[in-house]
Design a protein. Structure first.
Lengths: 413, 413
């Protein structure tokens, strides 16, 4: 499916979220980034414990990424109402804007503004990159669909007691190991770059290899090199965007630009892969790669790096992790599990992908819950989690929220 | 410069060509592909000897590729007039439409229709690929700018005695060897392909290498492999276009399409490189490439080839080659050169690029003349040939046309 952030389709989903949560007795606040906070009162006042995720998707995304977390939050509200449950403190559900960074090219941008890690103005000025030639900005689209809220986008205006996020794993591990729940302890470190290779346009038929500065051949070598370097470090390197000029079958391209996404659970590993790629790309551009079988050339390419995004490794809060663990054990355990152990039903994990929980964890206790998805496929229309897996996740989410409420009640705040 | 075929800028150049040649006493015929034939009468009737090339350019092209050949032809007409030269048979200049194949993606398409190698309807239905989202076809653009001529586009309607084409070398050999004239004996064989790689979109952070079917990494390996295979055969392989989907920094692309242009003086070598690439790409897509250091994966990509264009090796006509050789020797030689030898002023060459002369040579005696260009650069705004090199080329072009006229006169037809 395709529900790009702040599109007409996104407005529809937002309207549904507001109407549904209001009909369940919530007060809904919209902030200056369009983040929607639906809060169900407790028996006493205090910062709410939130279940949160996002309703936007990639251009060819799936029906679970983000959406499951919000829908399970709404389901929690229904279940609490249906069973006349009163919590000690308020609980709520939050829908974060443009988590994907697909339409406006900064992922988790609105939880980032809320955490005061990203300036509001930078976020408002982000330009749409999909559809092509769109001139809209985040601010103009928030205004257009009526979701530029009057509440400041800040953790000071909409504070939390804690944030729990249910999400599909987006990887194949839980399925492969036959585990029902991933107890997520943190998010891996990652950096995004734009790499620009400049060579020289020349005729494909009349220019011998030794006279070429072929930007696409050079970029191809770089993409392969980044893959090998990351593999050597048990890290990840990926290129998802590549554009070139001039773009003609019989012209060797003189200009190529590609994205590079480097990830590892450790910040130091990401830095090492980055440093090795920088050195390797320099060598490749200069034609000093000694890969046997390639033709030497008198002409060199130049290479330039731009850092687009840095997300250091995130470590979630022990209290939240424990609530998830206990809720998982309640649902799936067989009594044989010791305190802080995870039974065969679950697995302690580090998230490979970034999530809004990265930013909420900077301000308030946070953790995440993963459920298996088929073949580990995500960011793809074939994305699928079984109804049983979704129910498991929703149960653990509600269990964790209620346990956290009990924890606060016990400590009196 | 950018003068895309059948654009407003191209119409201006065409109008200039028609007005100028008419003012020099020519009759101008326009055929159904917009090819313009300007003919200066001889003392007797007969098929004209043409100087021909093209006025369209690549999107970021140079000021000499094609343009020099047409302008030198016009200069020839002026020189003949200024010096009251009467030729035995008519001589002319032809401006071929869309030689570059940049806007309408089939190079030399209009000389191809004229040679009856390409069906008129296929050519008329070619869709513009530049600018993006243009819906124009060759036919609609010919109509729009007033160049859909009433004469059939066929060598039967506009026959020739011979065709000579002056062109910049588009390579560095003449400059490097300090030669003034390339005596072109033929054009190398080439084939154009579109290669489609299908993998699976997946999340860059949550998908380990062993679970990926990364179409861009796979395409990068293929581009590098095609380069190595071509190099091993002393042939050329080049990729000038690459597009991918979905195009997001944090999504491993599941779809990549790229152009592949394979060239060699020999048809068999092109076929060998094609066959080896097909085998190598199959292995790479299946993950069977044993290139050390890349991560293995359980998932495969698929690969598909489409042949877009085949241009077998072309061998020009001995009579025409001899006329060029003698004209070159007249201009640059020192008398010490034996018949059919080329002195230190020139070099026998095979053209790396395709030209309209490939198609004219299928129907009538043809050959080409090359002059040096700086650094061998072409298809680039930096393209440059010195005024002296252009003058050399124009002199040899006119000399060859006049010698061919003399040859016909001697044999009486």
């Amino acid at each position: 499916m395709s529900r790009l952030s702040l599109s007409d389709a996104d407005k529809q989903a937002r309207d549904w979220f507001a109407e549904t949560t209001q009909s369940l007795g919530c007060k809904v606040t919209v902030d200056a980034m369009g983040n929607q906070f639906a809060v169900r009162p407790g028996t006493q006042d205090g910062n709410p414990v939130y279940a949160g995720s996002h309703l936007d998707t990639q251009p060819t995304g799936g029906r679970y990424d983000g959406i499951l977390g919000v829908c399970a939050g709404v389901e929690m509200l229904k279940t609490l109402n249906d069973n006349w449950v009163e919590t000690s403190f308020p609980v709520g559900v939050v829908n974060w804007t443009n988590e994907e960074g697909a339409r406006f090219p900064k992922s988790m941008v609105s939880s980032g503004v809320w955490a005061e890690s990203i300036p509001l103005e930078d976020a408002h000025n982000l330009k749409s990159v999909i559809p092509a030639n769109d001139t809209a900005t985040m601010k103009s689209e928030l205004e257009r669909i009526g979701y530029l809220g009057s509440t400041p986008a800040s953790h000071k205006s909409t504070p939390m007691a804690a944030h729990f996020e249910l999400h599909i794993e987006q990887g194949p591990i839980l399925e492969a190991e036959n585990r029902r729940i991933g107890v997520v302890r943190g998010v891996q470190s990652y950096k995004w770059f734009t790499v620009t290779v400049r060579g020289k346009d020349s005729h494909t038929g009349a220019t011998q290899f030794r006279h070429r500065a072929d930007a696409l051949l050079t970029a191809s070598k770089m993409i392969l090199a980044s893959h090998k370097i990351a593999h050597r470090h048990s890290a990840l390197a990926s290129s998802g965007i590549l554009t070139l000029k001039p773009g003609s079958t019989n012209t060797v391209p003189g200009f190529v630009q590609f994205s590079l996404d480097i990830r590892s659970p450790k910040n130091e590993t990401v830095d090492e892969v980055e440093a090795e790629c920088k050195e390797a790309f320099k060598q490749i551009a200069a034609g000093a790669d000694v890969d046997s079988g390639t033709a030497p050339s008198e002409r060199q390419c130049s290479v330039e790096w731009k850092t687009d995004f840095v997300s250091p490794a995130t470590f979630f809060h022990d209290d939240c992790i424990k609530c998830v663990q206990e809720a998982g054990n309640d649902l799936c355990g067989h009594g044989e599990v010791k305190d802080l152990d995870i039974g065969s039903w679950g697995k302690a994990m580090t998230s490979g992908a970034g999530h809004d929980s990265v930013y909420t964890s900077k301000r308030f206790p946070t953790s995440m819950i993963f459920v298996p998805c088929r073949d580990g496929v995500s960011h793809n229309p074939a994305e699928y989690s079984s109804p049983e897996a979704c129910a498991d996740g929703a149960n653990v989410l509600m269990g964790a929220v209620l346990r956290y409420d009990k924890l606060r009640s016990a400590r009196g705040h």
